[in-house]
Design a protein around this ligand. Structure first.
Ligand code: PAF
Length: 281
């Protein structure tokens, strides 16, 4: 695997391979890679001739400076994992490389980006779209891979691709969980042993809510999750919404959609964790 730091060098490498007709997969990441990222990389490696994995902690998507500073940075270990997953290139640019000048572009995909994360993290999805579009422009991949854990992000990126007419396929990949149910996240590295134990109540509650939903209404299921998280030690619920998985708008009745998804964000100590579950009713 080659480690490349500039767009120019990456494009020089890719142009030779593309001229040979090779298909390119892109896996955008912010590093601190775990088995969830590895699943995206392995999927890309299995579906494309060339896999580019970007590692870039994108400052424009952090509305909280403290979160940006504390975001784990583990580039050496990341590159080792990517080597094991047989990625072709690790693209590790500097902030100056990706933002030689401030990016003043505005991306707006209402109502997808005004609810949930969009409401609680103003500007977050604008920053995500800024960097993802820059990566799409730099790599011009055939396919790009994103995890379903960031459910709203995936929906917004699909919409951006549709509206901007990018000629690529977005591949959404399932959430990877620890054996005990905790959804893998780079932020889990910041949890103490006790906090990690507390955090288990998030996935546990979501799984329980799936059984509960089979014999209860949307609002009863909503209430059940809210109460379970409020009563769990060390957790603070930011939001839980049961939405249509395509429009991301709240549903009032299970009959409103065939694709109901519960999206949750919870603070565990100082660490903000997100998770989601599909209701198959
Ligand atoms: O999901 C992430 O890790 C980031 O939001 C992404 C897509 C790599 C953009 O910085």
């Amino acid at each position: 695997m080659k480690i490349v730091h500039t767009i120019k060098d990456l494009q020089a490498e890719l142009s030779v391979l593309k001229a040979q007709g090779k298909k390119v997969g892109l896996v955008p990441t912010m590093g601190a890679l775990h088995a969830g990222h590895a699943s995206l990389v392995k999927r890309s490696v299995s579906e494309n001739d060339v896999t580019v994995v970007s590692i870039f902690v994108n400052p424009t998507q952090f509305n909280d400076k403290n979160d940006l500073e504390k975001y784990p940075r583990t580039v050496e270990a990341d590159c080792q994992l990517l080597e094991e997953c047989k990625a072709t290139f690790a693209f590790v640019p500097s902030v100056e490389e990706m933002y030689p000048e401030p990016d003043t572009r505005k991306f707006s995909y209402a109502p997808l980006d005004t609810v949930m994360e969009g409401a609680f993290r103003p500007g977050h999805f604008n920053g995500v779209c800024q960097i993802v579009s820059k990566l799409f422009d730099a790599v011009t991949p055939d396919r790009a891979y994103f995890g379903e854990k960031d459910f709203q992000q995936l929906a917004i990126i699909r919409e951006m691709v549709r509206q901007m007419k990018y000629n690529l396929e977005i591949v959404g990949c399932p959430i990877v969980r620890e054996a005990d149910g905790l959804a893998l996240s780079s932020r889990n590295k910041r949890l103490s042993a006790q906090e990690r134990e507390n955090a288990l109540n998030i996935s546990r509650t979501l799984f329980e809510s799936r059984n509960f939903a089979a014999s209860h209404t949307v609002s009863e299921t909503q209430k059940m999750v809210e109460e379970a998280i409020s009563n769990a030690p060390g957790l603070r619920l930011e939001y839980f919404e049961i939405v249509d998985g395509n429009t991301l708008q709240k549903i009032a009745d299970w009959k409103d959609t065939s694709y109901a998804v519960g999206c949750i964000t919870v603070f565990c100590g100082e660490v903000r964790l997100i998770d989601n579950i599909k209701y198959e009713l």
